[in-house]
Design a protein around this ligand. Structure first.
Ligand code: AHR
Length: 500
């Protein structure tokens, strides 16, 4: 048995924005076709949307959804996906060497997201297209001045502007794999000019510049600095992308993923603040972690090995309980940093490394990674409280001095609920956790607990066993004398709700 001790201060250190619980729908594999959209499926509604997927996405509490890519967007003409379906062209999607039927496009996405009750984050093609096309896209989507483009939208059956607020200025433009990849100064200049034009069309937009595709990119750091030096005054947010996976049987390094994510965030914040400082600007560039997840990239055969097909089965990773523990811990890192991370999207929503899985003709099911997202979005309070944590540390291959326990405490706006998120990175030992609430402790009681991990780390949910994994409850837990005591099983992620 190991020990960890936490002191909770009656001091909020961050307000959690609802956009932290975002997801991502890309025209890739079976995310759109066969995922959210499949007119031939018994679960489809009159628009062809799979209602079982919609219901699960609602249950997850998805607040914003990024669309239509991803790498896909860098070769995409949004015009191909609007207007009468029979007239829409079939194209090669070069990003994923697939065939795009364009039977689902911008306006279908807007109807789908309205049914979901979430907000869109639209990505623009800055790979093969530029300033004019981006401005025209915003004109079609957001305006009502009687111009040809706004009238075109109306002729497509959409009378009112969609009023999309969030826009990504391209996708992973630092990546040599990206169609239309650019160096930092070429991209920084394009982002600046696109932002200027788009804001002239609609001054209300929030704009995300592309940061690095992952922290280990050789250009990481220099990229953010150069891009922000060029477009600092024109953009609002800078993006981060990161996918984590387990290498071999190194569970501890895998459990260090959230610490690596934390370090990545802090490094980007430092660069953004340094650029603001250089510019003598009070503006704070916040972060959009608009692609994050566990993804076993080692298993992906690579784009060059794909044959051109419609909606092929790509990267449909089946997630274990251990993966769910890591996903839970990544959400904790996002919460912890929510003073600077104002938007985040788990990539992707369905089939493609998704928490939701589908097969034709059977009900959609929840992967293990569904649960930490759904639980966190449901219970995470409005503010993150300041805490101090005493725990032992260990070194592992991918991280030095890794704290063996990680904790995040949130409080609801009415202060009637306090929630504790815990990660136990110990591989073999339970951790006896003591949380001291000081002057916050008046009249608290345990309302609920949920746990993933501790045992059966390799268990999964599947088409045949969709209910195999469900979160359990913490067995050894008590509250007395202003202190919460809980025994955290090895390799586990848990949530404890206290009613005040
Ligand atoms: O989510 C899958 C892919 O990962 C996205 O298309 C791309 O942006 C990232 O590299």
């Amino acid at each position: 048995m190991k020990n960890a001790r936490v002191e909770v201060k009656n001091a909020p250190k961050a307000i959690v924005s609802k956009e932290l619980f975002g997801s991502f729908v890309e025209h890739m594999g079976r995310c759109v076709y066969g995922g959210i959209y499949d007119p031939s499926d018994p679960a489809a509604d009159s628009d062809g949307f799979r209602t079982d997927v919609l219901e699960l996405a609602k249950e997850m509490g998805v607040s914003v959804v990024r669309y239509p890519g991803g790498n896909f967007v860098s070769g995409y003409n949004w015009e191909d996906g609007v207007g009468p379906k029979a007239d829409r062209p079939k194209r090669l999607d070069l990003a994923w060497r697939s065939i795009e039927s364009n039977q689902f496009g911008l306006n279908e996405f807007m109807s789908w997201i309205e049914k979901l009750g979430a907000e869109p984050i639209m990505a623009m093609n800055l790979g093969t297209r530029g300033v004019l096309e981006a401005a025209q896209l915003v004109e079609y989507v957001n305006t009502d001045h009687g111009t040809t483009l706004s009238e075109l939208r109306k002729s497509h059956g959409v009378e009112e502007p969609h009023n999309v607020k969030y826009w990504c200025l391209g996708n992973e433009m630092d990546g040599p794999w990206q169609i239309g990849h650019k160096n930092a100064s070429d991209y920084g200049k394009l982002a600046k000019e696109t932002a200027k034009a788009v804001r002239l069309v609609d001054p209300e937009v929030t704009l995300v510049a592309c940061g690095s595709s992952f922290e280990e990119m050789p250009t990481f750091g220099e990229w953010e600095q150069t891009v922000l030096q060029m477009c600092h005054d024109e953009v609002d947010l800078i993006s981060l992308h990161a996918y984590y996976e387990k290498y071999g049987d190194d569970t501890l390094s895998f459990l260090a993923s959230s610490a690596r994510m934390d370090r990545f965030i802090n490094r980007v914040v430092d660069i953004a603040d340094q650029v603001s400082e250089e510019k003598r600007s009070d503006k704070k560039i916040n972060l959009a972690f608009d692609e994050w997840n566990v993804w076993y990239q080692e298993k992906f055969e690579g784009v060059n090995n794909l044959e051109f097909r419609q909606a092929p089965r790509l990267i449909e990773d089946e997630y274990t309980v251990e993966d769910a523990v890591v996903v839970g811990s990544l959400l904790m890192t996002l919460l912890k940093n929510s003073n600077r991370v104002s938007m985040a999207c788990q990539a992707q929503l369905v089939n493609i490394i998704g928490p939701i899985r589908t097969e034709p003709g059977v009900p959609a099911w929840r992967q293990t990674t569904f649960f930490p997202f759904a639980l966190t979005s449901r219970v995470a309070g409005y503010e993150v409280l300041d805490i101090s944590v005493q725990t032992e540390t260990q070194d592992c291959k991918l991280f030095q001095n890794l704290p063996m326990v990680d904790i995040v405490v949130t409080r609801s706006p009415d202060a009637k609920s306090v929630v504790i998120f815990s990660l136990n990175r110990q591989l073999e030992f339970e951790t006896d956790l003591t949380i001291n609430f000081g002057d916050l402790a008046t009249d608290m009681r345990i309302a609920s607990s949920h746990i993933l991990g501790g045992s059966d780390l390799a268990a999964t949910n599947s088409k045949d066993k969709p209910e195999n994994v469900r979160p359990g409850t913490l067995e050894k837990i008590s509250f007395a004398g202003g202190q919460l005591r809980a025994s955290l099983p090895p390799v586990s992620w848990s949530v404890i709700e206290l009613a005040v």
